[in-house]
Ligand binder design. Structure first.
Ligand code: SF4
Length: 344
């Protein structure tokens, strides 16, 4: 297992939720796992911002690049056969047309922003998807404007920015910490004082947060903690005890792609009822029923007959079935289109 050298602002939240997930992510990326097409759409939108950073786009050239990049992203995505259930991306990625339209609007508008010119002071200008690196932190903010010792950074989000907390809506924790990481990079690399860095989250529907600021101390503490946490993870790698980094829980693991590889999750699942996953330990003990299968004390309804046959055929191995839904009132799980089977 390789040690972590750098992390990006979008991975910082994993230091708080599950450090093992971060380590897996750095190690394996998303290879070998089915992923939701909303991620592909998000990457496509970021790619368009990257293109817009090197050339000015108009309506026609935007459409041309979008088409080309979508074709490339689709070809890559569907190399993984597990993803074929989400073909075509335009149909399965939520709000595809709206997000594309909003991205175009923002990019065409940003083409009118002032670009660095020969009269600009050193480091001033408008930066789109430019890479910033400081110590263990490396990231590409979507858009940074620097002028007269002031900076405005905008991070575009394809999903909702807010979550409900009590009676009010607040910015999601993972987005706030991500913004702080970007702000820290701007502070260090563009030498802007902390209070003069305005951080904004903008949804592709145009909704924006008020500017957010952090103090110098908040930025420095943030980086100190992130660096210490990465050093600690690397110590676990050195001592060959990475399983101790796992923080399995129903919510932490729900969307984690690394469940089949994760000993922490599999032990957790042995001891706890999780509504989206089951383990079948000896497939030859499966009993067929009218609606699906029964295994010991639970039912799994709607499992396709071919999948049932495949599971029975694996012999005396454990099988993990993920992405299920479960009845609240009894021990019945339901097979969904996104459900997947792994031999573990
Ligand atoms: S499955 Fe759970 S415990 Fe394992 S890496 Fe993912 S989030 Fe962490």
């Amino acid at each position: 297992m390789k040690k972590i050298e750098t992390i990006s602002p979008s991975q910082i939240a994993m230091l708080k939720t599950c450090r093992l997930k971060l380590l897996h992510y750095k190690q394996y990326g998303e290879k070998g796992y089915s992923d939701h097409p909303s991620t592909v759409l998000g990457n496509l939108i970021h790619k368009m911002y990257e293109i817009a950073s090197s050339k000015k786009l108009d309506d026609q050239s935007f459409e041309k690049h979008w088409k080309e990049e979508l074709a490339k992203a689709s070809a890559q995505y569907f190399k993984n056969e597990l993803n074929l259930i989400y073909s075509p991306i335009e149909f399965w990625a939520p709000y595809y047309s709206i997000k594309k339209g909003q991205t175009k609007k923002i990019i065409l508008k940003s083409a009118k922003e002032p670009a660095p010119n020969k009269n600009s002071k050193k480091g001033e200008g408008f930066y789109v998807e430019q890479s910033f690196k400081y110590g263990v932190l490396k990231g590409k903010p979507d858009s940074v404007y620097v002028k007269d010792g002031y900076s405005r950074l905008i991070d575009f989000k394809t999903g909702p920015i807010y979550k409900k907390q009590g009676n009010q809506y607040v910015i999601k924790d993972e987005y706030k910490i991500q913004l702080k990481a970007y702000g820290f990079l701007v502070m260090k690399k563009k030498k802007i004082s902390a209070p003069r860095i305005n951080l904004i989250l903008q949804q592709v529907n145009g909704q924006r947060t008020e500017p957010i600021n952090f103090s110098n101390e908040e930025y420095e503490n943030f980086y100190y903690e992130a660096k210490a946490s990465i050093d600690e993870i690397n110590n676990y790698v050195d001592s060959n005890s990475i399983d101790l980094l796992g923080s399995p829980s129903e919510s932490n693991c729900k969307f984690c792609l690394f469940k089949p590889k994760c000993h922490s999750f599999l032990s957790y699942l042995d001891a706890n009822n999780v509504p989206y996953a089951v383990i079948i330990e000896t497939p030859d003990e499966i009993i067929s029923t009218n609606n699906g299968i029964r295994f010991h004390d639970f039912y799994l309804w709607g499992i396709p007959p071919n999948t049932e046959l495949e599971i029975r055929g694996v012999g005396k191995k454990k099988v993990l079935i993920c992405n299920l839904s479960k009845s609240n009132s009894n021990n019945t799980y339901y097979w969904k289109k996104q459900s997947q089977v792994y031999i573990i």
